[in-house]
Design a protein around this ligand. Sequence first.
Ligand code: HEC
Length: 269
Amino acid sequence: MGLLRTPFRQAIAILAVAYALIEFGIPYIPPLFGVASAKIPNTVVLQYLLTVTVGILIWVSDNERRWTEFKKPIHEVLVRPDRKLARGVLLVGVPLLMAFVAYGRALPDMSAPPSFRAIHPAPPSSIPFQGEIIELTGLENPLRSVGSLDEHYEEGKRVYYQNCIACHGDALRGLGHYAPGFNPTPLNFQDVGTIAQLTESFVFWRIAQGGPGLPNEGAPWNSAMPAWENFLTADEIWSVIIFLYEQTGHEPRRWEELEAAEGTEAEGS
Ligand code: HEC
């Protein structure tokens, strides 16, 4: 072991092995994300390494000869004329490296926070709508049983093109001109994950009360979806809902299906 013959090199080797063990040897499971392969935090690594360093210093200094030998390479780099280059690298390079690390730490982090936003939070069972209380539970679109579907569709189309297109886009894909400016972005109604999953009364609630009506699970970002009860009548909202489903070809979720699904869930558990 010629390489490890001086106490200084031994100390460096111990430190390196300790670092490798701490960094890669300890399985760490962060409480929040449950990712088993995640590394342990750097501050903890630093604490362990400081402890190891103290141990090493005690070891090299407990014997006079070893201590002198340990100090020798350090002393040489600092004073010997032929070590000028190494000295320069240490005295300039290390502070520069520190400055670089500190600068990196001080840079603001632009990445988005982890998201726990529920896109479809549980709706309230009833909502105030333009001064009345509307029961949402079990409510179906009243326009489906009066007049002609075509008329409601045409009316809904008018409402959509006058009010919704700037955000939800003309293809109903959530790609309107304003869309890139919002987080969360306007939802894509063609996607099977949005209105295809919902009852019409849920959609009514979302249109009538918009972002301001979302419960806390709808956070952390503010939804730009306006509260349309301030601008549209109930019939206009119900007709734009018909337009959304007809245009995308999705079927609204029915209350009977929901009850059936909940029934099987209850049996299963
Ligand atoms: C200023 C931009 C904007 C306008 C205008 C707008 N929306 Fe939205 N809308 C959003 C955003 C952003 C979301 C996604 C965040 C959320 O769910 O609140 C959204 C979500 C929705 C949802 C929820 C869908 C789901 O799967 O939960 C519905 C329904 C909806 N919009 C319908 C409409 C209708 C109908 C109109 C026109 C009357 C309209 N929006 C106009 C921005 C807008």
